[in-house]
Design a protein around this ligand. Structure first.
Ligand code: PHE
Ligand code: ZN
Length: 849
């Protein structure tokens, strides 16, 4: 369907459903190409609706028969479902449909992969399983019977019966269809158990394909920690007798919170020391927690409609971030999250795909599972918590759970619990949900008669479809240091509500040095004219770990931009300051590692664009290389000793403590490799008994143009481990020189173990190509062409993953006319494809607009 023909859906058009569902019974007779789905649905008129039209959603279904109250009926089939004459009182709808899971490569609805059946229904996949009012405000208890010879048959809720060739499940908690799930296959499980605070015994399982049994322990532990944490911190208990997690290889996203049956991309659950990195372990712990936390924030309280997606996602991301901060290091988590926010969300906010945290229109909801909805959605909650305080936040959440349990809610409901607990008017705060774009806050300061004055001025750029924006409430945390480095004003929260506002601090002996926007208290771009001395001072003295890191980052960025743009030598003040941090044994190695990292190519490109200059991807790449050379030089005497002092040699544990050391030694190793011809990296590669050190060594070699032998031996060692091989694909593209990246990626796609039907493998190559900025944007245009060629191939197979990958092009207007011309050509080539999916059509259309 061409983009122009696809209807746009608007938030303002919401109407309550005409019919509610009291109960659903489903029977699945599984067969790869001819699965029969029998449904028995008890409908009742919605007293809140006036209209009684009966419309069911359905896509790609073959209707075999339909009955109302036992009498055969002949519904009118439409492109999007069916309509039928129905009684005006409660009735029972029965239908039998046929679907073909083995041919379903879109991975939405019921699909088969590697001999196993699984489902993905969020957001609108249930309509590919049977005719149903597929909208989240229709909630019902489900009973499911699965008929199949496969040994493991799972669905939501509790198991009520099973025997030769069948299993029956009942989920007593009313839920929307998007939370339905079914799994059938030859699976093995790691069993576990958990006793809830009020004494409910819960059976836990992690289900995997035979051969992966050795990669389940960590997920099981993470699940138990999540269950304990949610009881302790939010007072939320689990509410069924069983909780199943299943690993699936072919999956579009990270994982899915289906009630009692979470389905995970295998990359987001399987881990052991040999096959997963520290970063994987941390991500798995966070995703397990995220999906588990959805049981309350998403499932027990769900969304009225898909415009409210941030209601469950923003809150659940916020909760999983709190969990990770508690399990690991709070400052390290905050810094990583801000890096991610700036890298993905600011980038989105600054381009053609910008949209509010609560979008007001869409064509394909799958395109709105974005960094803005998730990560900015979480930031908004963090701001709310800061503004009302921890105690009020806890009270508001209790009220939210009490008042809305079992309901499908809106952002208005969410904000109202805060208004009701605090008496605060959140009208202005609500603009964070409706206005797109990243606010810019210009800070100036003044000093007179012992009084320090801070003036903040906010502005919000125009975004697609939005101009003339109103000021937002910006919680601005600030601390003040005296010239000796002592903190004279501890972290204080300024509430910026006007376009421009001044705040004073009286009674100070000396002009203080400000530490602004501590903890990144609001997702804004802070614009403050300052110099390298002040930044170096903050890097040395700030008590706020985020701002300490931020000072170093700003130093690095300025130094890099001066090198790239002005041809200046690497700034000694930056190099000295970094050297001091990296060699400071009183600091956490993870923190030191973060301080040693350089701003990404994309981050630098965005800085150029923000100041009205055209970024040159090759010059940015060269600048970072030169800076790495300068770092290696200035640290030359320290690299070896520091590396050896922090190299972890004790048995591997995925702890934050060990991970921090490995992170530091890996980054030191990549600098060391510039100087020792690869000796240390080859040594680490050979000795490594864990993937973090093995991949770290391999990356150090590849980044420095070495490592072809190691690359080959790695492939041989891991050819049977698909998740490890994904990394092998990825790092080659990620570390390829700009002129080689497209060729390397192209060659990888010709290998027999490249399969575009597997989103993980596809992303390993093309996600990495998009990340390799200088390679993707190479002046030859090869990167653009290759990307477009493969998006064109993938679209008919898997529209969702294709559409998501289109975002590689979202920054195109930053670049010079030649590059813009080449990108436009590729985007137009995609847009012109006959039969292009709604998903991709919408994305390309928005990017080109
Ligand atoms: N709801 C899932 C999550 O946040 C993400 C998801 C969306 C998965 C759509 C699949 C499809 O955890
Ligand atoms: Zn989620």
């Amino acid at each position: 369907m061409a983009d122009a023909e696809t209807p746009t859906i608007y938030l303002r058009d919401y109407t309550p459903p005409a019919w509610l569902v009291e109960e659903v019974q489903l029977t699945f007779r599984l067969a790869p190409e001819t699965t029969r789905v029998l449904s028995r649905i008890r409908f009742t008129p919605n007293p809140e609706a006036t209209d009684r039209t009966f419309v069911l959603d359905g896509e790609g279904l073959t209707l075999i028969s339909a009955r109302i109250d036992g009498t055969e009926v002949d519904p009118t089939l439409t492109e999007a479902g069916l309509t039928c004459d129905v009684p005006d009182t409660a009735f029972v709808w029965e239908a039998e449909v046929e679907i073909a899971p083995a041919s379903n490569t879109a991975l939405e609805g019921l699909y088969m992969s590697n001999g196993m059946y699984s489902t993905q229904c969020e957001a609108q996949g249930f309509r590919k399983i049977t005719y149903y009012p597929d909208r989240p405000d229709v909630m019902a208890p489900f009973s499911v019977r699965i008929e199949s010879d496969l040994p493991v048959l799972l669905s939501n809720g509790n198991r009520v019966a099973s025997g030769e060739g069948f299993a029956e499940w009942h989920d007593p908690w009313p839920k929307p269809a998007y939370l339905f799930a079914l799994v059938a296959g030859e699976l093995v499980n790691l069993p576990g158990s958990f006793t809830t605070r009020s004494g409910r015994e819960v059976e836990l399982n992690v289900w995997v394909r035979p051969g992966d049994e050795d990669k389940c322990d960590f997920a099981m532990e993470a699940l138990k920690k999540s269950m304990t944490w949610d009881e302790k911190v939010y007072g939320r208990e689990y509410d069924l007798d069983i909780f199943n997690i299943v690993a699936v290889d072919d999956f579009n996203m990270g994982a899915m919170e289906n009630k009692g049956l979470n389905i995970f991309n295998s990359s987001a659950v399987l881990a052991n020391a040999r096959t997963a990195t520290d970063a994987n372990f941390e991500r798995i712990e966070a995703i397990i927690a995220h999906e588990y936390f959805h049981n309350w924030t998403g499932n027990r309280i769900t969304c009225r409609d898909w415009f409210q997606l941030c209601l469950k996602e923003g809150l659940t991301v916020f909760r999983d971030a709190q969990f990770t901060a508690d399990m690991r290091s709070e400052p390290v988590k905050r810094i990583s999250d801000v890096l991610d926010l700036r890298g993905r969300q600011f980038r989105e906010d600054g381009g053609p795909l910008a949209h509010p945290v609560r979008p007001e229109s869409f064509k394909e909801i799958n395109n709105f599972y974005t960094a803005t909805v998730y990560e900015k959605g979480a930031e908004v909650i963090g701001m709310l918590k800061r503004l009302v305080g921890d105690e009020a936040y806890a009270k508001a959440l209790d009220l939210y759970f009490d008042r809305h349990d079992g309901q499908a809610c809106t952002i208005e409901d969410w904000l109202r619990v805060f208004e009701d607990t605090t008496g605060r008017d959140l009208t202005q705060f609500k603009r964070w949900y409706s206005q797109a774009g990243t606010p810019r806050v210009v800070m100036t300061d003044d000093w007179a008669d012992g009084t320090y004055t801070v003036t903040l001025k906010q502005s919000l750029p125009d975004t697609p479809g939005q101009t003339g924006k109103q000021p937002q409430v910006i919680p601005f945390a600030i601390g003040l240091l005296d010239p000796s480095g002592q903190e004279v004003v501890p972290t204080t929260l300024l509430e910026l509500t006007e376009t421009e506002q001044s705040f004073t601090f009286a009674g100070l002996a000396d002009r203080p040095i400000p530490s602004p926007l501590r903890g990144f208290s609001a997702p804004v771009v802070l614009d403050r004219q300052t110099d390298a001395e002040e930044r170096a001072f903050l890097l040395a003295h700030d008590t706020d770990p985020f701002n300490k890191w931020e000072a170093g980052r700003q130093l690095a960025k300025t130094a890099l931009i001066d090198m790239i743009d002005g041809g200046q030598a690497p700034d000694d003040r930056y190099l000295d300051a970094v050297r001091r941090v990296v060699t400071d044994e009183s600091l956490d190695p993870a923190f030191r590692s973060l301080c040693l990292g350089l701003p990404s190519e994309d981050d630098l490109a965005q800085s150029f664009a923000d100041s009205g200059r055209t970024p040159d991807p090759q010059a940015i790449w060269d600048g970072r290389e030169a800076m790495r050379g300068a770092l290696a030089e200035v640290l030359s005497g320290d690299l070896g000793p520091l590396y050896r002092a922090h190299l972890v040699t004790e048995p591997y544990a995925p702890s934050a403590e060990q991970a921090g050391k490995r992170s530091l030694t890996n980054i030191l190793l990549s600098l060391l490799t510039r100087r020792d011809g690869g000796a240390a990296a080859q040594g680490q590669f050979a000795d490594a008994d864990n993937l973090t050190q093995q991949i770290g060594a391999l990356s150090a070699l590849l980044t420095n143009g070495l490592g072809s032998l190691e690359l080959a031996s790695f492939a041989e060692q891991w050819s049977h481990e698909r998740l490890v091989m994904d990394k092998w694909f990825m790092i080659q593209v990620a570390h390829a020189r700009p002129a080689d990246a497209a060729r390397v990626a192209d060659a990888l796609t010709q290998r027999p173990d490249f399969a575009m039907t597997n989103p993980n493998r596809f992303r390993s190559v093309f996600g990495a190509l998009a990340m390799n900025q200088a390679g993707f944007h190479h002046a030859s245009g090869d990167g653009y062409r290759l990307m477009a060629d493969w998006l064109i191939r993938l679209d008919p197979v898997n529209p969702q993953t294709t559409a998501r990958m289109c975002s590689a092009f979202q920054t195109w207007r930053r670049y010079d006319a030649d590059r813009q011309g080449m990108i436009r050509e590729q985007l137009e080539r995609i847009a012109a494809l006959p039969g292009l999916s709604r998903d991709t059509a919408e994305m390309v259309g928005r990017i080109l607009e």
